[in-house]
Design a protein around this ligand. Structure first.
Ligand code: SF4
Ligand code: SF4
Length: 91
């Protein structure tokens, strides 16, 4: 299953990853400072939910990397190519 890995220590929140994803499984955080996989689209939702909440509530960049199992990811690598901070990996 595709693993979409976000490094929130690098993310600047410019939202280009969410804009280019052809299957719309990424979104801007509620506070507009981050992008992240849409919770409902993550297979291991419970495992990553606490980290997503932590990211949502933070006013500063967090030194945390979150691995998201995303069955709908087609591994097109568009998000990786669009990211100016090298903050996303797809495995
Ligand atoms: S690799 Fe493609 S399909 Fe997967 S999250 Fe990134 S942009 Fe979306
Ligand atoms: S493209 Fe990169 S820097 Fe921009 S919101 Fe997505 S992960 Fe963060």
């Amino acid at each position: 299953m595709p693993n979409v890995i976000y490094d929130y220590g690098k993310c600047n929140g410019n939202a280009s990853c969410a804009e280019v994803c052809p299957v719309n499984i990424l979104e801007e955080s509620e506070n507009g400072r981050w992008c992240k996989p849409i919770d409902e689209k993550v297979e291991n939702e419970e495992a990553v939910k606490q980290f997503h909440e932590e990211v949502e509530e933070s006013e500063t960049q967090l030194d945390v990397t979150i691995e998201n199992d995303m069955p709908e990811c087609i591994q097109c690598m568009a998000c990786v190519a669009s990211c100016p901070e090298d903050a996303i990996q797809i495995e």
